[in-house]
Design a protein around this ligand. Structure first.
Ligand SMILES: [Cu+2]
Length: 338
């Protein structure tokens, strides 16, 4: 199975634990650094940035119940044993938590186009941290982890979902920096020249569909080709090294942007977008797969990896991959938040 948004098999599981509103995040313990990253305490790009801790556990997500609108840094720490992230959905007028769950269960591809996805911290490995700067608009939000467990059940269906409210009006300041950026579009990543680690990097969706970027470090002793092969065909190559989760930005709707607190250590990485497509393929198999190198001086370069379907237009190609998408597991439905 793939790692985000995709489930290889329909597994019956209740959407448990979804009743809680956000609770104050616990202070994360001083865990070891994410193997793929170094420190995350880079200065934010705006003096008024509000720092919001997020705790990711197996399988619980804790974020404050109320957050003021405006420039915000989410600092997500993984206190669990599995890879996690915080996908953010901002509910529009008339959209409800219950309807979102129903849509995710029925067809994640439809849900991706129907709801506003706001960038959040991505691909946080056990003990790791990823910080993301975003400009929060007021409204009702749902925070969830859609990464599936070993049985293909999304963590959200096991309780890793919560809600919070963004209050007030957005400030004029922005948390998202200009400068060299990583652009997401159908179906590729475009990295501007001059990108370096150890800074906040603009990541923006300039495409017409939602996209994400997730970094995986190529571990010592493994090769980029091995990790790529495992990404493209996880079921067919279970023994291949799959890389270490090393951060990124979760799925965002078109025109959204985030500041990625980029702290990748020098080394080799793979960057990928796992989002599903309506033809039962995914962005990865349509070309959103890159080989990333962070040089000793911190310079980051990104090179797209041909996946056999990289020139496809959205939604009109035969599946290029081996990982069919199945609906989210059907269960008894969440307990409603009141
Ligand atoms: Cu994508």
């Amino acid at each position: 199975m793939n790692r985000h948004w995709l489930t290889a098999a329909v597994v019956v599981a209740g959407w448990v634990g979804a009743s809680a509103t956000g609770t104050a995040a616990t202070t994360p313990p001083g865990g070891s650094a994410n193997p793929g990253t170094v420190v995350t305490d880079l200065p934010a790009s705006a003096a008024t940035v509000n720092v919001v801790p997020v705790s990711l556990a197996d399988y619980r997500i804790e974020v404050p119940a109320e957050i003021p609108a405006g420039p915000t840094r989410f600092v997500a720490t993984n206190v669990g044993r599995e890879e996690h992230h915080m996908t953010l959905v901002r509910l529009a007028e008339g959209q409800t938590f219950a309807a979102l769950i129903a849509d995710l269960v029925a067809d994640p591809v439809v849900a991706l186009g129907k709801y506003e996805l706001v960038p959040g911290p991505q691909s946080v490995g056990p003990g790791g941290t990823q910080a993301i700067d975003v400009d929060l608009q007021p409204g009702a939000y749902v925070a969830l982890c859609v990464i599936p467990d070993a049985a293909g059940v999304p963590h959200a269906a096991k309780g890793m979902i919560t809600q919070f409210t963004v209050t007030g009006s957005p400030a004029a300041a922005t948390a998202v920096p200009d400068g060299p950026a990583i652009h997401l579009e159908e179906y590729r990543f475009v990295a501007d020249p001059g990108l370096t680690t150890g800074r906040v990097v603009r990541v923006e969706n300039v495409g017409g569909a939602s996209h994400e970027i997730a970094f995986y470090r190529v571990d010592d002793g493994a090769t980029v080709d091995q990790v790529i092969a495992a990404m493209l065909n996880p079921a067919g190559a279970p023994a291949l090294p799959r890389g270490t989760p090393s951060g990124g930005v979760t799925a965002m709707s078109p025109k959204h942007a985030a500041g990625l607190v980029l702290t990748l250590r020098p080394g080799a990485y793979v960057a990928v977008c796992f989002l599903p497509t309506s033809d039962k393929s995914d962005h990865l198999h349509k070309g959103m797969l890159a080989s990333v190198t962070v040089a000793a001086d911190g310079a980051l370069t990104l090179e797209m990896v041909p996946t056999g379907a990289a020139t496809s237009a959205p939604g009109d190609t035969t599946p290029g991959g081996s990982t069919p998408m199945a609906p989210m597991p059907v269960g008894t439905g969440p307990t409603m938040h009141t």
